[in-house]
Design a protein around this ligand. Structure first.
Ligand code: RET
Length: 305
């Protein structure tokens, strides 16, 4: 309970008296921090993602239909190619529907001479589903090229392992703090892994494919060169967009969309149509691939001989 004399005392304290001088003190300088920056998807990016989703679904349907008349023992290229576009459809659906992204925020300090520093956040939207897509589909694309070249299992496996390290370290780079060793250190590791992929597929593949004759060698050289040019564009785009933040998120989506269409549906169609006319590219897989395990363990007449 507050008494009347206390109220009177408080009022006196707050009210200027006749003796108070009205000289104003120095006005404090207030530095308003810069607003936080959000680099995120816009309407164009959103529309592009849905178009890409539709294109990937359509491509999957076309590839599945193309494999219809191909005997199961020779359907490896078709199965692998169809899988790449199916995974891409799922990834594009995840991103377009608003899932599968996270903001990577970095605190930026602003200096104001003799006045106290302020800081603001710079956040860029990272679509992590892209990395899941790459982790699943780039090994499949490598597998197609390895099968075409007749590359041995050891080199194929090493190329796929290097490729997975490339994608994983690329993901770490994407979530590293901007402009730090985290960001560009992981990026460098990813680029080194990429060089291993090129080495195993490009160099060893070109050597091994010679045994299949000049037509297959020519086809492999064209497909591998086209792939090399397109694949190399990804780290360049990454460096400019996600790395240095020099383009908008929408531009990044547009460029990746063009690259994805070329590397999956277009390269896929090229491989499936061109290998049909070259019998040397056929891979006849018997055993489990063609017949399953159902006939194993059965006694067959004539097996004794
Ligand atoms: C990242 C960032 C870090 C450095 C490197 C990268 C390489 C990515 C590549 C992606 C290829 C994707 C393909 C997709 C097909 O649809 C992860 C961007 C080297 C080579 C072929």
């Amino acid at each position: 309970m507050i008494h009347a004399d206390q109220i009177e005392a408080m009022t006196r304290l707050g009210r200027p008296t006749a003796t108070t001088t009205a000289t104003p003190g120095p006005i404090p300088t207030i530095i308003v921090p810069l607003p936080d920056q959000y680099q995120q998807i816009g309407a164009v990016g959103h529309r592009t993602l849905w178009v890409l989703f539709a294109l990937m679904v359509l491509s999957s349907a076309v590839f599945a239909l193309l494999s219809w008349n191909v005997p199961i023992s020779r359907r490896v290229y078709h199965v692998v190619t169809t899988l790449t576009t199916i995974v891409a459809s799922i990834s594009y659906f995840a991103i377009a529907s608003g899932h599968a992204s996270k903001f990577n925020c970095t605190t930026v300090y602003d200096h104001h001479g003799s006045f106290p520093d302020t800081h603001h956040e710079v956040c860029r939207q990272v679509f992590w589903a892209r990395y899941v897509d790459w982790a699943l589909t780039t090994p499949l694309l490598i597998l197609n090229l390895s099968l075409l070249a007749g590359l041995d299992g050891a080199h194929t496996l090493m190329a796929i392992a290097a490729d997975l390290i490339m994608v994983l370290t690329g993901l770490f780079a994407a979530f590293g703090a901007e402009g730090t060793a985290q960001h560009w250190g992981w990026y460098t590791l990813s680029c080194l892994s990429y060089l291993f992929v090129i080495w195993h597929i490009g160099v060893n593949g070109s050597r091994m494919v010679q045994a299949k004759g000049s037509s297959v060698s020519k086809l492999f050289a064209s497909l591998a060169t086209f792939s090399l040019l397109l694949w190399t564009a990804y780290p360049i785009v990454w460096g400019i967009a996600e790395g240095a933040h020099k383009t908008s998120v929408d531009t990044e989506i547009l460029i990746y969309a063009v690259l994805d269409v070329l590397t999956k549906p277009i390269l896929g169609l090229w491989l499936l149509f061109s290998h049909r006319s070259l019998a040397e590219t056929n891979i006849e897989l018997g055993g489990w691939w063609s017949h399953g395990f159902a006939s194993q363990g059965r006694i067959r007449i004539g097996d004794e001989e």
